[in-house]
Design a protein around this ligand. Structure first.
Ligand code: GN1
Ligand code: MG
Length: 384
C-alpha cells in the first residue's frame, strides 16, 4: 500500500482498518482512489485529489458540496427515503479539525468520501436509463431550488459562452504552439464564428433578466451518475462544479454525452450522431421532475441547450488544442482536435434535428396549456 496515500487517509475520521488503496475510474480532472477496509460492516472509501489548477478555490468547492449534500440529505430524510447513504455522497471530516472536509499535503488538496457499493456507472445509455437520468437531474435541481445558502462559482464563467469564445480568440491570436494555421483548424474556426452570436443567446437573456440562474450540477455527464441494479439513478456524483447557472447546463450537457452515438473522442466522424430516441426519453424525464419550477422561457429554449453544449465543448477542446493541451489529458498529439471535431459533428447532427426537437417540445407545451392553461408555471409541464 502506498504509504503517502495511507498517511493522507489516516488524517480523516475513518472507521475500519485500511487494507488497500488502488486507482479508481477514469476522470479527466481529479485523481481518484478506492480505499478498502477489512471489516465487512465498515464502508470502503473514495480518496480524491482535488485539481486545484482547475478549481482554484478548494475551500469554496468543499463549502458548496457541504451545503448541497446536507440539503439533499435533509430533503431525503423529510421524504422518508430509504438507503439515504447510497443516495447522497457523504464526506468524511478531519480528525484534527472536524469542521473541515479536506486536507492539504505538499500543496495538494485531498478529500475522502464513503464508497457507495453495488452501483453501476455507464458510459452510454439507452432510452430507459436516459428517462431515469432526466428524472434524476430534474429532481436534483428541484431539491436544490430552495437552498438558502448562496453557492460560490467554483470555476468562474465555467459555462459562459461569451467567455469561452473570448478565451478561444485569445489563444488564436497568441498561437503559442503554432497550430492555428492548420487548415482543419482554420475551417473549424470559421464554423465556430459563424454560429457565435446565436450561441451567446443565454448570456444575453441573462442580462435582460428574462433567464434566471439556478443551482445546477454543471457536469451532468452519463458517467457522473450511479445507477442501481434496476437501472434507476441512485446518486448524482462529481459535485465540484455545482454552482448557479442557467438550467441549460444540466439539460444540454447530459444530451451532449448521452445522445451522442459514440464517445466524445471517437475519431470516426461518420459515426457521430445525435440520437433522437435518447433526446425524447431524457426530455420527458427531465420535464417530469423539473416541471415544478421551470419557466416557459427555459422550456422553450431546451433545443438551443442541446446545440449549445456540443458547441461549447468544441470551443473548449479546440482552445486546449491550440494552447498546447494543458487542460485535458491527451493520449496522442491530436487527441484534443479529434475531440473538438467530434463535438462539431455532433452539433451538425443536432442542427439537422432542430426542427423536430422544437416540434416535440412545442407539442408537449401545447398539450400542457390545453389542459391546464391557468397555471403560470409548475406541475403543468408533467408529461401526459
Ligand atoms: C471535464 O472531469 P470530467 O471528465 O467529469 C470537464 C467538463 C467537460 C468534460 C469533457 C471541470 O469533466 O466540463 O465537459 O471534461 N470538467 C471541468 O470530457 O472542466
Ligand atoms: Mg466525472
Amino acid at each position: 500500500m502506498n504509504p503517502e496515500l495511507n498517511n493522507i487517509v489516516s488524517r480523516f475520521d475513518v472507521s475500519g482498518t485500511v487494507t488497500d488503496i488502488t486507482p479508481l475510474g477514469a476522470g479527466l480532472i481529479n485523481d481518484t482512489y478506492l480505499v478498502k477496509t477489512s471489516e465487512a460492516d465498515q464502508p470502503d472509501y473514495v480518496l480524491q485529489r482535488i485539481n486545484h489548477h482547475v478549481f482554484p478555490d478548494v475551500d469554496m468547492v468543499m463549502r458548496n458540496i457541504a451545503a448541497v449534500t446536507g440539503h439533499i440529505r435533509h430533503k431525503l430524510e423529510e421524504q422518508g427515503a430509504d438507503d439515504i447513504d447510497r443516495r447522497v455522497l457523504t464526506f468524511i471530516r478531519l480528525k484534527e479539525d472536524p469542521q473541515r472536509l479536506y486536507t492539504e499535503v505538499d500543496g495538494n488538496y485531498w478529500r475522502l468520501m464513503i464508497f457507495i457499493p453495488r452501483t453501476v456507472t455507464k458510459q452510454t445509455v439507452d432510452p430507459e436509463s436516459s428517462r431515469a437520468a432526466g428524472l434524476a437531474f430534474g429532481n436534483f435541481q428541484a431539491m436544490l431550488a430552495d437552498l438558502a445558502v448562496p453557492l460560490g462559482e467554483t470555476i468562474k464563467d465555467f459555462h459562459n459562452m461569451e467567455f469561452r469564445l473570448s478565451q478561444l480568440r485569445e489563444v488564436v491570436k497568441a498561437d503559442p504552439v503554432g497550430r492555428v494555421a492548420e487548415p482543419e483548424v482554420q475551417a473549424m474556426l470559421r464554423e465556430i464564428e459563424r454560429r457565435a452570436v446565436d450561441m451567446c443567446k443565454a448570456e444575453r437573456m441573462g442580462r435582460e433578466d428574462i433567464l434566471p440562474k439556478r443551482v445546477c450540477h454543471c457536469d451532468t455527464k452519463v458517467n457522473n451518475m450511479l445507477f442501481d441494479e434496476h437501472d434507476q439513478v441512485l446518486c448524482v456524483i462529481d459535485l465540484d462544479t455545482v454552482m448557479p447557472n442557467f438550467i441549460f447546463s444540466d439539460y444540454g450537457d447530459f444530451l451532449r454525452t448521452g445522445a451522442n452515438a459514440v464517445a466524445e473522442d471517437c475519431p470516426d466522424m461518420e459515426r457521430v450522431a445525435f440520437r433522437m430516441d435518447i433526446f425524447r426519453a431524457f426530455t420527458e424525464g427531465y420535464l417530469q421532475s423539473a416541471g415544478s419550477f421551470l419557466l416557459p422561457v427555459e422550456v422553450e429554449n431546451l433545443p438551443y441547450a442541446t446545440a449549445l453544449f456540443p458547441y461549447m465543448q468544441c470551443v473548449r477542446f479546440l482552445w486546449d488544442y491550440l494552447s498546447g493541451d494543458k487542460y485535458w489529458k491527451c493520449q496522442y498529439p491530436t487527441h484534443n482536435f479529434v475531440r473538438a471535431n467530434n463535438q462539431f459533428h455532433l452539433l451538425l447532427s443536432i442542427e439537422q434535428h432542430y426542427a423536430e426537437m422544437q416540434a416535440f417540445i412545442d407539442q408537449f407545451m401545447r398539450n400542457v396549456k390545453g389542459d391546464d392553461a391557468h397555471h403560470p408555471t409548475g406541475a403543468q409541464w408533467v408529461a401526459k
